[in-house]
Design a binder for this molecule. Sequence first.
Ligand code: SF4
Length: 142
Amino acid sequence: MRDYFLRNRFAKAWQLADSLVSRGLAGATVSEEIKDIREISCHGSSEIGITPCESREQSKKYPKSFICAACNCGDFGHTQLSNIENGHYSKLDYPRVHCPKNMPGFSNYEPTTISDNNERKKLMENTFGVDYLSRLLKENEK
Ligand code: SF4
């Protein structure tokens, strides 16, 4: 059990470090195209009938913003899932960032399998196509 927690903690620290490296000193941001997909993964879209992610939680520090309760990355400026003001750098702006549910737009996106019951992800894949969502990921890694 202790090993599991240590491994989990190490993985989260590594993911955070990877995101910070991808941002770099110049504050690089992901493309608008990928950010739009991340926005739908986290916040949903009434236009295409996708509800917000069940792990999205209201921020206690920033009333108009949300955090990811599944990440355990806390309620800080850089962990907000929304841009809280002009020029604010949110979690969805990092060129590389991980999602605990491997949702589209994130660096660890994994297409659904037959036994997968992530209906939101399936709906996004039916709307945008797995090929397009996988291609976005590869382009971001170049
Ligand atoms: S689990 Fe993924 S899609 Fe859901 S709020 Fe967290 S980062 Fe966003």
